[in-house]
Design a protein around this ligand. Structure first.
Ligand code: ADP
Length: 761
């Protein structure tokens, strides 16, 4: 027995020595926990040392025996275990201080009795005061540990934390049992009890020093599985052997035994593997209670589904649903990284299960959390953030946000090492941990999600481009329409006068001798040619002006303008037509208008067009009025408003804006010009475009009001032309020379520039 005790205590000595050294090495990085472990292991070391000396009968130097010192170390060690537990569970400082207070009192009392300062008599027969105090110390330590552990168990949800607690629970149980052994039989304690303490301490040391403790449930399950399978096979082997002996009739009949042994060996060789597989499967089902998941099948199914998702939202929904379903997770969230600014990563939740009140998490680009994934790590447990010293410097806001999500696992969605999103998972339904195969699967699924997210992003981008292309092609179609309108109108508008010119000039060429003597006839022919060329010129001029107006290039010759005079000039060419078609013409308020600064010639041109239209679209016997008033215009201030109203056919509200577009005519474009004043006579569709160009060049505007088109009741139309008192100056620099020359030429021929000649601006 002495040998056994020597061996046990020597092992204990080595084990505690090693644990003290390891704890000592950790002192710098994880001070509080390592210090407690160091104290605990140190006492264990002395316990073993003194015990060994007692066993080896080495005489003590003082009156106090090594046996007594050993007991003191034992008491101190077990009390240190209680404190180590409180520290491990991060209990508050005052709890720890009160515990140490109690522990020191017990230690002191024990000392007083053990070293006979106080008489160490028997409290109850066979048990001394010091022994009672040793028991008390033991009870204090393990009860404290159990109470603290059970409150922590209730609080914790995270499987990893719970696993770590289970390790500690096992160690505490071993400590408790070893205490019981000590009080039942001190002799038994020194080889069995101490052994339990060694194992318990090893577990404690392992849990404190290494953060990644293998899943205890699984470890125990696997051990159980291994034992069960081995046991089942052993039974079959045993039965085969027994059967061989029975069948070989007499074990002494060597040949017979040999023969049956060969049969048995072959039989066993054949059934071993299937037997192993079957019993493994059966026990697996019994112990772990679930069917194995077919990961390949899951990935295939998943990729099929995610590949059909063409927007990120839908993709996220599929990802989360599938993961929750396959992995038995109660809570999960998909976040996407909305990189609003260059130095921030912001994780925005877009789909979730079992969680509410989610907020967007803001991380700096060099955050430890983000860096961890950028360095190629595929997942991270909240547990790691809680316990690993490397996450110590994590910023408080980031840490708080992470723990507020109450997630257990983070799986990044990475693309070229950049974080595009994140899958996060809460605890699993059965409270089990995420095992390696689960993590592998999740990482594979996150990779797929990254790919699918890429295509969804591309698809969204494509949709935008498609839309842009759509609107561009609409614009192109519009431009094409304008071009063909131009061609058809230009050819119609120019052909009529050209036909005239052509006809008359041919007639001139083919004059007979008699006709040559008739000047009146020749004059008629030349007048026909002149009329045709005038009409052509006016169409071409109009086209030119509209083109200028269209590019905002209309040149203005500014000067003081009286609008009553402008209207007079504009109406003058129409007086014979008004007379002929019995259309009344009224003017109102024009004389009272202030003098404005404007290009009088352009204004005459604008009102000629408005008047011309009014006459064209008003039936014989109708009424045209021109009214003026002063108004205040937004942005510009004082302005003048001229209204040209007619009692004509009116304009459909649908076209009231479009009539100002170039070449737009409500009538069929096939009609060609039928004269400037004839009822419903068609024009090239340029007049109103030019009116608008002139108004805008002065900083004014033009619009129409009409109840609609009606050729029975003639609701009429009202054109409003608003012009500021002073034009809003437009920079006239960099204007093409040609346009100025052309305009001057057109003006100089038809109308005189204003006498004071402000000149070109
Ligand atoms: P057009 O050379 O055809 O007169 P405009 O640009 O002056 O070209 O006018 C565009 C169209 O607006 C005309 O074809 C006509 O259908 C409509 N319109 C213009 N003025 C009037 C009006 N006073 N009453 C009814 N319709 C009008």
């Amino acid at each position: 027995m002495i040998i056994l005790e020597i061996v046990t205590t020597s092992i204990a000595l080595l084990a505690f020595g090693l644990l003290s050294v390891l704890a000592g090495l950790r002192l710098r990085s994880n001070k509080a926990a390592a210090l407690h472990l160091f104290i605990f292991a140190g006492f264990g070391f002395f316990l073993s040392l003194f015990r060994l000396m007692t066993t080896l009968n080495i005489t003590a130097l003082t009156e106090i025996t090594y046996n007594q010192l050993g007991e003191l170390a034992l008491l101190a060690m077990i009390l240190a275990f209680g404190a180590l537990t409180l520290n491990f569970l991060n209990k508050k400082k005052n709890v720890l201080i009160s515990y140490w207070g109690g522990a020191i009192v017990i230690l002191l009392l024990w000392g007083l009795f053990a070293f006979n300062v106080l008489t160490n008599t028997y409290l109850i027969p066979g048990i001394t005061y010091s022994q009672v105090l040793l028991a008390l110390g033991w009870v204090l330590a393990v009860v404290t540990a159990f109470v603290a552990l059970s409150t922590e168990f209730k609080k914790q949800q995270s499987a990893k934390h719970l696993n770590r607690l289970r390790y500690w629970l096992t160690a505490t149980a071993l400590m408790t049992v070893s205490g019981l052994v000590l009080f039942i039989s001190p002799a038994l304690f020194y080889w069995a009890g101490v052994f339990m303490i060694i194992i318990g301490s090893a577990l404690v040391g392992y849990t404190v020093l290494s953060y990644h403790t293998p899943d205890l449930n699984r470890l125990v399950g696997r051990a159980l599985l291994y034992c069960s399978v081995t046991g089942a096979i052993a039974v079959i082997f045993y039965l085969s052997l027994a059967l061989t002996i029975i069948v070989s009739r007499s074990p002494l009949d060597r040949i017979n035994l040999f023969f049956w042994s060969v049969i048995a060996a072959i039989f066993l060789a054949i059934i071993t593997r299937p037997l192993w597989l079957i019993s493994n499967r059966v026990f697996n089902r019994i112990i772990f209670g679930k069917k194995r998941r077919d990961d390949k099948q899951v990935i295939r199914h998943y990729s099929q589904r995610v590949s059909t998702a063409l927007d990120i939202q839908r993709l996220a929904d599929i990802v989360i649903d599938l993961m929750v379903e396959t992995l038995g997770i109660e809570q999960g969230v998909v976040f996407v990284n909305q990189r609003q600014s260059g130095n921030k990563v912001s994780l925005h939740p877009i789909s979730s299960v079992g969680v509410s009140d989610l907020t967007t998490g803001q991380f700096s680009v060099d955050s430890l959390f983000i860096d961890y994934f950028r360095n190629g790590k595929n997942f991270l447990h909240q547990y790691d953030i809680d316990v690993l010293p490397e996450f110590g410097p994590l910023q408080d806001e980031e840490r708080n946000w992470l723990s507020a999500t109450r997630m257990e696992l983070y799986v990044p969605i990475l693309r070229n090492r950049e974080l595009v999103g994140m899958l996060t998972f809460g605890p699993r339904s059965q409270g089990t941990a995420y095992y390696e195969e689960d993590l592998d699967l999740m990482v594979a699924l996150a990779d797929q999600a990254a790919l699918a997210m890429d295509s969804a992003r591309l698809f969204e981008r494509l949709a935008v481009i498609n839309q842009e292309v759509g609107s561009l092609s609409e614009q192109l179609a519009g431009m094409d329409q304008t071009k063909s309108d131009f061609l058809s109108i230009a050819s119609h508008e120019l052909r009529t006068p050209l036909t005239h010119i052509h006809g008359y000039s041919r007639m001139l060429l083919e004059l007979t001798e008699d006709e040559l003597q008739d000047p009146a006839y020749i004059k008629t022919l030349i007048q026909g040619i002149a009329k045709g060329s005038d009409r052509m010129k006016s169409v071409v001029d109009m086209m030119f002006d509209v083109t200028e107006a269209n590019v905002g290039d209309l040149s203005l010759f500014l000067g003081p303008v009286a609008l009553a005079e402008v209207i007079d000039q504009a109406a003058r060419p129409f007086l014979p037509a008004l007379d002929e078609r019995r259309i009344a013409f009224g003017q109102n308020g024009l004389k009272d208008l202030p003098i404005i600064e404007a290009d009088g010639t352009r204004l005459v041109q604008a009102f000629e067009n408005l008047m011309g239209n009014a006459i064209k679209y008003t039936p014989d016997g109708g009424l045209i009025t021109v009214e003026g008033r002063s108004i205040i215009m937004d942005d510009v201030g004082s302005a003048v408003e001229i209204m040209v109203a007619d009692s004509g056919i009116g304009i459909d509200p649908e076209f009231q804006e479009r009539i100002f577009e170039k070449f737009f005519r409500i009538d069929d474009t096939e009609h060609h010009s039928t004269g400037k004043t004839k009822f419903k006579g068609a024009g090239p569709g340029l007049g109103l475009t030019l009116v608008k160009g002139i108004a805008e060049a002065h900083g004014g505007k033009v619009w129409v009001e009409s109840l609609g088109v009606d050729e029975v009741n003639f609701p009429g139309s009202k054109f409003f032309f608003v012009i500021p008192l002073h034009p809003v100056t437009v920079s006239q620099e960099d204007k093409p020379k040609q346009s100025q020359i052309e305009t001057v030429h057109w003006r100089s021929k038809d109308l005189k520039p204003p006498a004071n000649g402000d000149g070109e601006k």
